[in-house]
Structure formats: C-alpha cells, structure tokens
Design a protein around this ligand. Structure first.
Ligand code: HEM
Length: 400
C-alpha cells in the first residue's frame, strides 16, 4: 500500500486525464509522490527521470511481459517480451531501421513531404493534423511493411480505433477497438498467405513470414502482432510530434523564426520537439520481485508505468524544464524510452520530423492557427490533437 498522499483527480488509466496534459499533476507527483499508486487503476506511476531510468535499466525486476499497457495480457510482440526472446524478435526487423538503412529513405521522405504540402498549398488553409501530420508516417511505415496502397485508409482507421480504445473509462471506444483488431487480423491473414506463397522480398511482412528463430518460422499470431506494433509505432507517434510540435512553434514565434532563418538548428530543434511533446505518454512494466522505488514498496505482480512526458520535464535533469528552447543542450530526453526496448524507429522518426518541419517552415512560413487544436485523443497511451485548423498564404504547388 502506498505511503504517499492521494489525489483523486489523478486517474492513470483514464484517457481524458492524459488528454488534459496534466503537467501540474506530474509536477506535484515528482515532488510529493514520485512513485504514485492510483487505487482505481491499480497501477503505480513513475514520474521522476532518475526512477524512470532505474526501471528501464532493470528489466529483471521490471519485466515487459505485459507491456505496453498495464494489466495487459501477454502478446506475441517484441514490446511484450523480455530478453532473450525479445532480442531474437527485434533482430528479425532491426536491420531495416539502422541509421544507414533509414538514410536510404531520405529521398522518398522528401518527395512525400513535398507532395503532402502540394496537396494543400494552393488552398491557403487545411487541417494540419489530417492533411499534413498524419499522412507522412502512415504512408512510410505502411510501405515499409509492404501493405498495398489501397489498404492505407483502412490501416489508418484500424490503428486510430485501436488507440482510441486505450481508455479504461470509455467502453464504446474499447469495443470499437476490438472490432478494428478483428478486421485488421482478417486482412492481415490474407497478406501473410500471399507473402508465404512468394519468394522472400524486402518488405517487413515478407521478412517476418520467412524469418526463422531456432529453425522455426513465426506463427500467424506473431506476424500479425509484430506488424501491428510496427504499424502503430510508426503511424501514431511522429504524427503527434509534427502536430503538437507545430503548435509549440506557433506559440513561440521567436523560435519559429529562428529555426526558419537558421536551418542548421533543425537537428537540435527536433530533439526539443520530442522532449516537449513526448507523444508516447507511458509504458508498462510488471514487478517480478519485491523491491523499493521512490520510497514505496513494490510487490511481485504490481503494475508500473513510466511516464515519459513527466521525466522529460524533471527539473533535476533539465534546466528550466517548462521552457521550450530549440537550442537546448544537453537534451538527454527519454521520448524514445531507454534500454533494451529503446524505440526501434527512432532514426526513422527523426528523419521524418526534420524533413517535414523543414518543408512546412519553408513553404508555409506564415502558418497560423484559426481555431483550437481539439479534441485531443483520449488515450492513456499515445495522445495528441485530432484536429488543428490552420491558414497560410496560398502558394503554388511545387510540381504544377
Ligand atoms: C516520434 C516518434 C516516436 C516516438 C516518440 C516513439 C517512442 C517509443 C517509445 C517510448 C518506445 C518504448 C521504449 C521503452 O520501452 O523504453 C518505443 C518502442 C518502439 N517503437 Fe517507437 N516511437 C516513435 C516512432 C516509431 C516509429 C516510426 C517506429 C517504426 C518502426 C517505431 C517502432 C517502435 C517499436 C517496434 C518499438 C518496440 C521496441 C522493442 O520492444 O524493442 N516507433 N517507441
């Protein structure tokens, strides 16, 4: 049982709570209850940077067996496994995500960004989330996986619905998420059958279909779950950094101007945007043996989440943490996590972000908000704005 004070506005499994961006609550938790137990969600939250690192660095005590969600059922995907099984799974696909292999996508990403901005540039207005932030990560990861272009709309709908279902207080959303998972599975079984009937190719689903671990092929369930993880990891994350990151820049016009004038600052600016936004709000771990963290006794089986956006505003690590500063240095943020599960797609995400922010700042320099960026997704896992009406001086499409 916790020995810290409780606050009944802190609801760790409630998507609305995360959507409200509870920075004040996180700050209070870091100071008063850095390892906080929510009796309703029956989950501990780790909010300080140092404690988060202690958890991420000690998978023997803090297992991923039920990750990524607290109280989750074990799933056939790398994020829900511990080493050595985790490492074997990760190795099957990690070659496609090394910085070198990611660099091979540079031109494709640049072309996609240009096309995406071309589609709205003459209109002088658009929904920044729907028209600009969402398509790039989706098109890229769906193509790398090897899904046919005619499935992209469905893939987006399924992954969105599955994430909207990560809200313990919304049974309707949870049911829609279940249906989306069933539809994705049926669709994916056909894709898997197709890949198995052909010789090995470069796309990730083909790689998963033909890979062997200890002489055995992956079963359908494992291929479905690994590709779902890569799809959601890819398309539901960078999107929010593009959207919330643009909001941060619009809110700080001096820094937006500086970044436009000095493109050399882009690399560091992307790190600050990642720290600032932290689109994955938390990851779950299961305690394997009794231990103490942040002054609290944790017991075998306890569910713990590490809260990335809180660690990324920890004043013990970041000078003036609530100041958005594109030149912040050093910037050891943990938006991509840490340790064995460190984000597989980090290099890809960084390249997407650099390219898209460069494209938007260059081609739509006076972009401004014309209404609130609402609603924010009510997810206890990955959250960001669902809509963001903007306007800008119309400019010709580059290809016309
Ligand atoms: C801005 C974008 C992104 C952010 C903020 C992000 C964040 C994260 C975080 C926090 C983790 C968990 C780390 C941990 O447990 O310590 C993770 C894992 C993962 N991410 Fe990302 N991610 C992003 C983009 C991507 C992309 C583009 C992909 C595409 C492949 C991807 C695929 C994955 C996978 C497969 C894992 C699980 C790795 C494992 O279990 O070993 N992510 N990511």
């Amino acid at each position: 049982m916790p020995t810290h004070p409780l606050r009944d506005d802190i609801r760790l499994l409630d998507g609305e709570w995360w959507a409200s961006q509870p920075y004040e609550a996180w700050s209070w938790m870091r100071s008063n209850a850095p390892v906080y137990f929510d009796p309703v969600g029956e989950t501990w939250a780790v909010t300080r940077y140092e404690d988060l690192m202690a958890v991420e660095k000690d998978p023997a005590t803090f297992s991923s067996s039920r990750a990524p969600r607290p109280h989750g059922l074990p799933m056939a995907m790398m994020i829900s496994m511990d080493d050595p099984a985790h490492a074997q799974r990760r190795k099957l696909v990690s070659r496609g995500f090394t910085p070198r292999r990611v660099r091979d996508h540079t031109e494709t990403i640049a072309r996609l960004c240009t096309t995406i901005v071309d589609r709205v540039s003459e209109r002088g207005e658009c929904d920044f989330v729907v028209d600009i932030a969402t398509p790039l990560p989706l098109l890229l990861i769906a193509d790398m996986l090897g899904f046919p272009p005619e499935s992209y709309d469905d893939l987006l709908r399924w992954s969105d619905e599955m994430l909207r279902g990560t809200n313990a207080h919304d049974p309707e959303a949870m049911e829609a998420a279940m249906l989306a998972a069933i539809e994705f599975r049926e669709f994916q079984l056909d894709v898997i059958a197709d890949r198995r009937s052909r010789p090995p190719a470069d796309d990730l689903i083909s790689v998963l279909c033909h890979a062997e671990i200890d002489g055995e092929r992956l079963d359908d369930e494992s291929i479905i779950m690994e590709s779902l993880l890569i799809l959601i990891g890819g398309d539901e994350t960078s999107r929010h950094v593009i959207a919330d990151g643009m909001l941060a820049l619009v809110d700080h016009p001096d820094q937006k101007q500086r970044l436009t004038d000095e493109p050399g600052l882009m690399e560091g600016a992307v790190e600050e945007l990642l720290r600032w936004v932290s689109p994955i709000k938390n990851m779950a771990r299961t305690v394997t043996s009794d231990t103490t963290l942040g002054g609290q006794d944790l017991h075998e089986g306890d569910q713990v989440i590490v809260v990335y956006p809180s660690a990324n505003r920890d004043p013990d690590v970041f000078v003036d943490p609530d100041r958005f500063d594109i030149t912040r240095n050093p910037n050891p943020h943990v938006a991509f996590g840490f340790g064995p599960h460190f984000c597989l797609g980090a290099s890809l995400a960084r390249l997407e972000l650099r390219t898209m922010f460069t494209e938007v700042l260059t081609r739509l320099p006076d972009l401004e908000l014309v209404g609130p960026a609402e609603p924010r997704r009510a997810s206890n896992f990955i959250s960001g704005p669902e809509r963001m009406p903007v306007r800008f001086t119309p400019t010709p499409a580059s290809t016309s």
